[in-house]
Write a protein of this length. Structure first.
Length: 100
């Protein structure tokens, strides 16, 4: 079993699926490398994908009334960006890489 499939199986959203059922996901998925302090996506952008963090750390930040607020920190194995993909609305927050 590959490391990517094991990572997916450790996540609650995919954990109930067998490895062979998950095997089709990593192949068509794009791998994105984001430098520290760069954004995966920004608040209010259209959503077309979700992400699984394979390495590094990130921060979910939200702009409101001219201020930026830290909502959450994420680490290896966390997923993000799925909410806007499911509700078909623009991104409700931004995701920035803390570590590449």
């Amino acid at each position: 079993m590959t490391a990517r499939i094991e990572l997916l199986q450790a996540m609650p959203v995919f954990g109930g699926l067998r490895g062979d059922a998950l095997a089709f996901l990593p192949e068509p998925a794009s791998t994105v490398t984001v430098a520290a302090d760069a954004f995966f996506f920004r608040q209010d952008e259209p959503a077309q994908s979700m992400f699984v963090l394979e390495a590094g750390t990130g921060a979910v930040v939200k702009s409101w009334r001219g201020h930026q607020y830290l909502l959450s920190r994420i680490a290896k194995g966390d997923r993000f960006g799925e909410m806007a993909s499911m509700d078909m609305r623009p991104r409700s927050a931004s995701m920035v890489a803390v570590q590449p």
